[in-house]
Structure formats: structure tokens, C-alpha cells
Design a protein around this ligand. Structure first.
Ligand code: PLP
Length: 403
């Protein structure tokens, strides 16, 4: 076999389908969010970023940066090992206490990313309960799906946000079999929100555990930024709440929260936790400061919601339709991978606006889109520039009906 040739042909296949991924080479500019410098073959230039998951710009908040500088100077660069072998720094302990409090849980456990926290926790919990059956929402994130696969447990996929279908699937199972329902609060691509209370009711009826991914909601919803479960007063009803430190909190890392026993169980049995070096102390310090700030400040959340509402209204007025949903994610549907990439290229090259095209396998084929994420730092002028550019492109490409 000619290995190089084989891999090259696979990549050519992606290009033919129009879903070959091209990274925008950016340098974010502290104090100028959402502006960044784009390094392109044509040279450097300033662009406006409209697809960042640093939803609130906390990645450059002065308090967060100061905390990271201070921890870096006090404790150095790396953690020095796995949590078990010399790697547990006091900042990790403080951060886990803060996270437990954020979600009204007894305990929390840190991971190196949200991806690892989902993968590791789901695979560990499910694989170590003999006969466990997992009930998984059909739109769950890749990190959850990989974790469930790795557990080798039976997984039954229920229709997206469909409580009746979930109840039906649970009814088919033996009453005493261990069951775990895995779902998200805000779904990252459509921006819709799960009926958490109803899912908890069904879980109680069937004596099932619940595992909620709040990655796209922590920091953003709830009086203290504890996510949709915080907003709806439901934290206590969920067995495990999982989140990231890399999106609204602006840093990096993932976590779970739950009872002391569950966190201790994962801490003690999970390969993906035990055998990987701990996050650098400065990272933990930055995340800690970001969480504390957003617990007491609602300014960022209110301004964020205001920017989202303004963008939606202006898009409607300009005839650029987008998925209607109750969250901060504004998906403008294009439904064709080649066209989606083309629009994104024109936005960047001609207007200095960066919105990454979202293609398969991140979303289903035929549902390709521009996923727009306004932040508190996008000004009215930024919004006008984006809406103006999209309506010009829509007019030129005759897209009014396509969306
Ligand atoms: C981004 C994402 C993750 C992974 O979190 P990271 O901290 O980026 O690894 C998990 N779940 C969902 C729904 C996500 O969108």
C-alpha cells in the first residue's frame, strides 16, 4: 500500500465535497475584542470575529489576565505531574470548590478539556455499572458519543429533545437495569434548549441517572452563570452537570460536578483523569477568577443577550433568515457546503468579517450554515457591518429564498 497516496486521496475526497477545513490564521488583540489580525497569503489585516466561543470576551478580561500573570509568577508554568503524583496545586483545589458551588453540588472534578471530561466520565460511569444502558439524545456532541462508544454499553438514541420518545425507550428496559440519560442544555449548532425538567421527571419515573452537558450555557445563563439548570432552579435534580472552562469562561479545561461519591468514583477509576498531567496552575487561577467574576456580575450576560436580540432583529429587517431559538447562537442556514464556504470566503476577503462555515460532520449534510455568535463587545457598527455584508451577498447570490 502507498500510504501517502492513500491519505492524499482521502483528503481529495473532502475537497471534492467542499468540506475540506481551512483554518483562519488569527492573532486576537487584547482590549480590541472582537477584532483580530488575520495572517493571510495577501498579508496581514484586521478582521471582526463573529464565530468565537469566547462568548463574553472573558479570555481577555483584565482581572482574568492579572490572576494568570500572578499565578504564573508564583507557581510557574506547568503543574508538575498528574493530580495523584505531585500535580495537585492549591489553585486546582480552589477551582473545584468554586465549580461545586456554581452548580450547587457537593463536589467537582477538573479535566484537561470539556471533550476529555465527557469522554472520560461517560465511559467510566457506564462501563463500570454492569448491564448499564445509556439513553442518548441524537444530537449529542462528539465527545459524549465517543465516551459512550468506549464504554461498550448498549446505547439507545432518542429523538432530539423528544421526551415521549425517551419515555418509550426507557419503558422497554428492565426496571432494575442501571440507566444513564445523556443530553445537553443548549445545543451548540441549532441553539435550542432541552426540556430539562421533563427529562428529570422521566428519569425519576424510571430511576435513571442524568448527565447534562452545559458547555454552551455555563457563564451565560442563570443568576450566577451556572447554566440553564441554574436559571431554571434544577441543578439539584441532575446527577452530573458537565461544563467547560474554555468557552464563556474564556480559558481552557473541563469539569464535572455531582455528589462527593460520584466525583470520587470518577477520580478513582477514570483513566482519562488519572493518567494525564494536571492543568497549569495559571490556567486554574484564570478560570477561577473568570467564574467568580461572572457569579457576581450580570452585566456581561445582559449585554450579551441585548447584542443577540439586536442582531436577530437587524437580520430579520434585512431579510436574512436564521433559525429561531431561545439562545445566543444565531445559525444562518445555507444548506450547501460549497456555497457556505464561498460565502464565508467573501465575508473575509471583501468585508473583513470572519464567520467560519460549519459543515459535515459537525452538522448533518444539507444543514450547512454560518454559526454567528454575538458577544457583549460587538458594537452597533459591528452589527451593521455584518448585516450589510450579508444582505449584499444574499442579493448578489439570489439567496433570499435559500435560507
Ligand atoms: C466544545 C464542546 C465540548 C468540548 O469542550 P472543550 O472544553 O472545548 O473540549 C463539549 N460539549 C459540547 C456540546 C461542546 O460544544
Amino acid at each position: 500500500m502507498n500510504y501517502e497516496d492513500y491519505f492524499r486521496r482521502q483528503l481529495d475526497g473532502l475537497r471534492r465535497e467542499g468540506r475540506y477545513r481551512v483554518f483562519a490564521d488569527l492573532e486576537r488583540k487584547v482590549g480590541a475584542f472582537p477584532k483580530a489580525v488575520h495572517y493571510s497569503p495577501a498579508g496581514q489585516r484586521e478582521v471582526s470575529v463573529w464565530c468565537s466561543n469566547d462568548y463574553l470576551g472573558m479570555g481577555q478580561h483584565p482581572k482574568v489576565l492579572a490572576a494568570m500573570h500572578e499565578a504564573l509568577d508564583r507557581a510557574g508554568a506547568g503543574a508538575g505531574g498528574t493530580r495523584n503524583i505531585a500535580g495537585t496545586n492549591h489553585y486546582h483545589v480552589l477551582l473545584e470548590q468554586e465549580l461545586a458551588d456554581l452548580h450547587n453540588k457537593e463536589a467537582a472534578l477538573l479535566f484537561n478539556s470539556g471533550y476529555v471530561s465527557n469522554w472520560t466520565t461517560l465511559s467510566t460511569l457506564a462501563s463500570r455499572m454492569p448491564g448499564c444502558v445509556i439513553l442518548s439524545d441524537e444530537l449529542n456532541h462528539a465527545s459524549m458519543i465517543e465516551g459512550m462508544k468506549h464504554s461498550r454499553c448498549e446505547t439507545r438514541v432518542f429523538r432530539h429533545n423528544d421526551v415521549a420518545d425517551l419515555r418509550q425507550k426507557l419503558s422497554d428496559l428492565e426496571l432494575h437495569a442501571p440507566k444513564l440519560i445523556a443530553f445537553e442544555s443548549v445545543y451548540s449548532m441549532d441553539g435550542d434548549i432541552a426540556p430539562i425538567a421533563d427529562i428529570c421527571d422521566v428519569a425519576d419515573e424510571h430511576h435513571a441517572m442524568t448527565y447534562l452537558d452545559e458547555v454552551h450555557a455555563v457563564g451565560l445563563y442563570g443568576p450566577r452563570g451556572g447554566g440553564i439548570s441554574d436559571q431554571e432552579g434544577l441543578s439539584g435534580r441532575l446527577t452530573v452537570i458537565e461544563g467547560t472552562l474554555a468557552k464563556a469562561f474564556g480559558v481552557i479545561g473541563g469539569y464535572i460536578t455531582g455528589s462527593g461519591t460520584i466525583c470520587d468514583f470518577v477520580r478513582s477509576f477514570a483513566s482519562g483523569f488519572i493518567f494525564s498531567s494536571a492543568l497549569p496552575p495559571a490556567i486554574a487561577a484564570g478560570a477561577l477568577t473568570s467564574i467568580r467574576h461572572l457569579k457576581s456580575s450580570s452585566y456581561e450576560r445582559e449585554r450579551h443577550q441585548d447584542r443577540v436580540a439586536t442582531l436577530r432583529r437587524r437580520l430579520n429587517e434585512a431579510g436574512v433568515s436564521h433559525l429561531d431559538n431561545p439562545s445566543h447562537i444565531v445559525p444562518v442556514m445555507v444548506r450547501d457546503p460549497v456555497l457556505c464556504k464561498q460565502i464565508s470566503d467573501v465575508l473575509l476577503d471583501r468585508y473583513g468579517i470572519y464567520v467560519q462555515p460549519i459543515n459535515y460532520p459537525t452538522v448533518a449534510r444539507g444543514s450547512e450554515r454560518l454559526r454567528i455568535t454575538p458577544s457583549p463587545h460587538h458594537s452597533d457598527e459591528d452589527i451593521e457591518a455584518l448585516v450589510g455584508a450579508l444582505s449584499e451577498i444574499w442579493a448578489k447570490m439570489g439567496l433570499a429564498q435559500a435560507a
